[in-house]
Structures are given as structure tokens and as C-alpha cells.
Design a protein around this ligand. Sequence first.
Ligand code: UDP
Length: 479
Amino acid sequence: MKAGPPHVAMLATPGMGHLIPLAELAKRLAARRGATATLITFASAASATQRAFLASLPPSVAARALPPVDLSDLPRDAAIETLMTAECARSLPAIAAVLAELGETARLVAFVVDQFGMEAFNAARDAGVTAARCLFMPMNLHALSLVLHLPELAASVPREFRDLAEPVRLPGCVPIPGPDIISPLQDRSNPSYAVMVNLAVRCREAAAAILVNSFDAVEPEAAEALRHPAEPGWPPVYPVGPLILQSESGGTGADVDGTPPRAACLEWLDRQPARSVVYVSFGSGGALPKEQMHELALGLERSGQRFLWVVRSPSDDEGTLNGNYYDAESKKDPFAYLPEGFVERTKEVGLLVPSWAPQTQVLAHGATGGFLTHCGWNSTLESLVHGVPMVAWPLFAEQRLNAVMLSEGAGAAIRLPETKDKESIAAVVRELVEGEGKGAMVRAKVAQLQKAAAEGLREGGAATTALDEVMDKWEAEAN
Ligand code: UDP
């Protein structure tokens, strides 16, 4: 048995939404048990944003980039899920080499992968690494339930999910209307469907434990159902969240893109009244089609509320969503697509930021009173941790599922109607910030969830206890 602190190898498939919470997990493991970690990343994800983020990590978290692999034979319009799993499968020899080296040089107690990296458990086997193999779900417990039940659903649902008359009912979950089931499952003829079903089978069989970036208060019945799974032999589930990006210097330090302290948008927020500004962002990869971007601009203007909008050039001019997913920078001037006169008319109440904002600092700011979000799970957790109520405008991946859970289950968001016209956008945004009906209920619920999230992360709290249990298990198995 090697001496030294426990070491955890972590494989992050492309996307800041995978990398950020895994890095936060590594930091928490270091803080609780003095563990060290190596974050293994893929060549396709080596954007400037990612490089700056990795460079900002503390010495307890090392980074290793895998060499590039050829993906040019995959169709240009291949789904993100297909690209990520293919890159992982083709990188197995390189992953095995990194794991073998870590096994030689460190006391490797666990190998943690996210949901698109499960193929890499084979690399651990090839490298002769026996450390505990764990899945980290950067999504929530509803999404995990769907994944775990997917093999039966795939066999029993006779048609496309979007055509189902009745919602999908899973133990402890809010009923999920067919069109809100995650996007890679919406077309059975697309290879991404088989990719997801295969991952579902693998995560039931291959993972020793599943760590989930969620917490009981936000989806209590789902948490309870997963603690007592329908089938014996499913991996134990540990809700260890919320794990969100923490600025090293308490909210004033550099963010993931290396933004210098006090970015201009934070200075602008300093000059706005408390809880008055709606922050508008669609995550690291989301962009709207031109027409919706137009409606959003006019809707914000009509709402009469203050806003801070991270603007990207529209999806129908940027090529594929995947292009944005791998690199958050807009290729074209995003402001050129806004309605004529909009910038001038709203300059007293609105601030536009191109491509990227220091989001956690924006959400932590006292002037921020709402978040119009694509419901990416990291953005959602960041909003809850900072007590910011949400308007849900989901785009792709599992975002529609998150929107259902947040609006129908947790009561932490108001979902926009499908029309997404300027009138409904204006009405919902206004209701969220100052409404006395639904808006007031959502604001009160989010305040409760903020408290519950903080309690879970304290000494003796649910997330901390779950993480300790996982570490005890890893250590016991390694000895
Ligand atoms: N993010 C940010 N600034 C931006 C857009 C996104 O800092 O302008 C961060 C955000 O705080 C979150 C992550 O990028 O941590 C996005 O993850 P999420 O799961 O919300 O969405 P995804 O990008 O995976 O769709």
C-alpha cells in the first residue's frame, strides 16, 4: 500500500458544465481529507476559457490533457453526446496510460468519470487499476432517474417520446411530458439515442457509486426513491451538491475566463438598486435563433425591468449548437442582431455583455433579482445557492426536464410559454421580479432552498455526510 494522501483521478468530458463541478468536487475532497486529484481533459475542449480555469486551480488539483484523436469521420451534424462518447472511446489507450502512471506514483483510491466518460472504466481495467469506479452526474436526480430507468423505458415505450399522450412517470419524480424528455432521446434513428441507452445500461452495471450534483431539498421525493431503488444491485446514490464554482477570493477574484477583479458588469451592478436586475444567459453554449433573440430583446424592453444580458450571435448564424458548446466565444458581433434602436432605448436600464460574464459573481451580487436561464444544471444550482429566482427558457440536452422539475416540482422557476413572444416574456419577467402571485411564491421558495443548500454543505450537513461516506468507502476498499 502506497503512502501519501488519497488521490482521485477524474475524467471530464468536454464542456465547462462538466469540468467546473468536478473541479469543485476535487476541492472539497482536498478540504475534508487532504485528498489530491488529477483532472483528465480532452483535446477538443481546450478552449481559452478552459485553459484559464485549469490554471486557476489550487495545487491539490493537477490537470492532464489527453492528446487529440481523429473524429473527422463522424457526421458534421453528430450530436454532442455522440461526439463526446466517441472521443472518449478513441482515447482509451491514452487514458489507460495516465491511470497506470497515477497508479504507480500516487495512492489512487478512485476513478471518477462523468456520464459520457463511462467507456473509460475499460481503460482502468486495461491499466490494471483497481480503484473504485464512480460516476459523477453533473445533472440532477430527475435526470439520473431517467437514465437509470432508460433501459426499461426504451423497451416499453412504443413510439418517440415527443409523441406520447401521457407524461413519463418515474418514482419520486414530477411527471415529465414526452417533449421534455432529454433531447438525445427524442429521435430513435439518431445514433445519440443508442449512445444514451448504452450509457444507461453501463452506469447500472459498471459504477461502484453515483455521486450527484444535487441536494434533497430541491427534489426530495426523487432523492428518497433513489435511496431505495426499484432493483437491488443498482449503485448507491450520493447527493453531494450543490457543487458550484467558488471564486477563490470570496467573489472578487478571477472567474473561469480569467476575468480581472471587478469586471465592468459588476461595476454596473453596483449602481443598480437591490434585487432589481434580471440576469439573462443561456450557459456556456446556448444561443437563440434570430427571431427569438429579437422577441427576447423586445420582451425585456417591455417588461420595464433592469437587465444584464450575455448576448451571443444567433444559433442560425453560428452554424451548429455543437460549435458553441465547444467554444463559448461568439464568432460574429452579437450586438449586430439586436432590434434597431434597442441598445439606445434601453441604455438606462440594460447592460449587454458579449459572449461571457463572470456568472457566479453576477448571481452573488445584491442587485441581481432574477435569472432568465436556459436551465443548465450548473446555472440552476448557482442561482439557488445565491437565492435568485428563475425564469425557465430551456434549449437542449436535459434543460427541458430541468425546467419541468423547477417549475412544477421545486417551485423555483416560472417557465415561459412555448410561444416565447415579447408579450409573454415581458409578463413573466415582470412577475418574477415584482409580481405578488406566482412571482412572490417562487421568490419565497428560492429563499428556502438557498438556506437548505447552505445547511447541507455545513459540517454534519447532508452533502458533507454523503461525501464523507464515499471517502470512507474508497479508503476501505483501497486498504
Ligand atoms: N458561465 C459563466 N458565464 C457565462 C456563461 C456560463 O460563467 O457567460 C458558467 C456558468 O456559471 C456555469 C457554466 O458556465 O457554471 C454553464 O453550465 P450549465 O450547466 O449551466 O450550462 P451548459 O453550459 O452546460 O449548457
